[in-house]
Design a protein around this ligand. Structure first.
Ligand code: NAD
Ligand code: WQD
Length: 344
């Protein structure tokens, strides 16, 4: 009998890649997504990749009754991976209440329903954004949580506290909080990838859209930072490596290997890469010359952040092992696929 996992936000960027890896590892997957930032045909693509069609329920995690119905319809769900959230930093500044409602109430509904339906574990999508600008780099899980730079970042901090308080109150659930750094790239088949609505806010989709000619020029937001080449530094992690971390974490909970009922892991490569270094790596990997200009800083940008992934490597038994060049090639293949399909 396959272990049943509920993946909220499972047609989204990271969720869809995680569903593939869960299926590849013998799990039965039920996707819940309201399609507010993804498309239903992602389910077809997942089936094309794995040969197994995940169950898909178009449900809003804010709808307690509908969510309760999913658990009743699919009894025996052992674990949940909770990706469903609104995640655009800039938008969260304009619409804080939408972010607080969506990102907090969705999680609260999940946490209330878990004991009711005997669900043991939750893997929560957290973010390195909780660290703000770390004082010490690379950043470990012990680094202090700093005042969030945006309502979005604050929802992640509060979500982590809600989970800790719920477990501390005696709830029987177990949790692993995965603090992602910068997920990039696409599945090697180029059948799934990042598909942002409108003008991309994140670097990689804007970069590949510039490379293919959709955007005229990439703006590098500042080259006057205290970094070797003046541009910001991030820890760019291949989305498939990130997806695999979720399977490892879910196995850890369901196989009773946790040391505490709530654990936190930094999910990064440990490699800090500047924007300009990334641009040159993209050009070297693809042979495509990129049109870019240096402009002013973007408000709210962290200067430099990258992970110390040692704890995830040793304790979780997971390691990001895809090179930056190979990762960027998957992002480029995905952009070419979108062009070929007339999607973009
Ligand atoms: P995404 O927008 O591609 O995926 C989120 C999915 O959740 C979408 O399919 C959306 O339709 C769905 N969704 C949103 N609200 C919902 C609701 N109320 N009910 C049901 N479905 C809902 O985003 P992503 O990049 O895949 O991010 C997934 C998770 O990882 C998010 O929680 C995000 O905050 C977190 N995260 C992302 C990054 C990143 O750089 N992409 C970094 C750190 C953390
Ligand atoms: C990366 C670097 C920009 C676009 C954000 C959220 C974070 C998480 C991941 C959800 C920065 C530079 C970007 C461009 C540029 N999301 N850049 N030109 O800001 O590190 O993190 O996404 O959890 O919470 O904050 O990612 O891809 O936007 O930017 O120069 O057109 O690229 O200044 O240094 P970021 P990003």
């Amino acid at each position: 009998m396959k272990r049943r996992i509920l993946v909220t936000g499972g047609t989204g960027y990271i969720g869809s890649h995680t569903v593939v890896e869960l299926q590849n590892n013998g799990y039965e997957v039920i996707i819940v997504d309201n399609l507010s930032n993804s498309r239903a045909d992602v389910v077809d693509s997942i089936e094309q990749i794995t040969g197994e069609r995940p169950v898909f329920e178009k449900v809003d995690c804010l709808d307690y009754a509908a969510l309760d119905g999913v658990f009743a319809k699919y009894p025996g769900i052992e674990g949940i991976i909770h990706f469903a959230a609104s995640k655009a930093v800039g938008e969260s500044v304009q619409k804080p209440l939408l972010y607080y409602r969506n990102n907090l109430v969705s999680l609260i509904n999940i946490l209330e329903l878990m004991p009711k339906h005997g669900v043991k574990g939750i893997i929560f999508s957290s973010s390195c954004t909780v660290y703000g600008q770390p004082d010490i780099l690379p950043v470990t899980e012990q680094a202090p949580i700093k005042k969030a730079e945006s309502p979005y970042g604050n929802t992640k901090q509060v979500n982590e506290e809600i989970i800790r308080d719920t477990v501390a109150s005696g709830s029987p659930i177990h949790a692993i909080l995965l603090r992602y750094f910068n997920p990039i790239g696409a599945h090697p088949t180029a059948l799934i990838g990042e598909l942002p609505n409108g003008v991309p806010q994140n670097l990689i989709p804007y970069l590949t859209q510039t490379a293919i000619g959709i955007r005229e020029k990439l703006s590098v937001f500042g080259d006057d930072y205290d970094t070797p080449d003046g541009s910001c530094i991030r820890d760019y992690i291949y989305v498939v490596d990130l997806a695999k971390a979720h399977v490892t974490a879910m196995n850890r909970i369901l196989d009773n290997r946790q040391k505490d009922k709530v654990e936190v892991f930094n999910i990064g490569t440990g490699r800090g890469v500047s924007v300009l270094e990334l641009i040159h790596a993209f050009e070297a990997a693809t042979g495509v010359k990129l049109n870019y200009q240096i402009t002013g800083r973007r408000a709210g940008d962290i200067e430099k952040v990258w992970a110390d992934p040692a704890y995830a490597n040793t304790e979780l038994g997971w390691k990001a092992d895809t090179s930056l060049e190979d990762t960027l090639l998957t992002a480029w293949k995905w952009q070419l696929h979108l062009r070929e399909k007339g999607i973009m």
